[in-house]
Design a binder for this molecule. Sequence first.
Ligand SMILES: [Zn+2]
Length: 140
Amino acid sequence: MPSFFSSFFGLKCPTCRRGDLFPTSSFSFDKPFMQWEHCPKCGRDFFPEPGFYYGAMFISYIGSAFFCLGFVMLLHWVLDWSLGGAFAALLAVGGLLFVWWFRFSRCAYFHLVAKYDPKVSQAVENGELNVPAPEATSKN
Ligand SMILES: [Zn+2]
């Protein structure tokens, strides 16, 4: 059985922990805001209601605010970088992690509100489900 952490950090479907939430890799920067409409493995709807991922914005906002503060404070006060250098490094790191953080926030929120179903996960492993191939979408 896939663990919570492998699913949580692997950007997987919270219900079966096997299907990918997103069609492309976060660091390929290809189709960054596209997400599967439903789980490619178990068929779970990834957009159960309009505006479902509104809550993910709060995770994203609060997390990135503390990250930016901590990152600049660490470089400037602890490692003695100049403020300009610290902000330039922040821009570079932020650009690199931008897509991953957007996706991770959605994934974290989805894992908060959706329950894992071991029966569905087992059915996926046994190949008992016949799920049509999902479309990628950029809706929210
Ligand atoms: Zn699934």
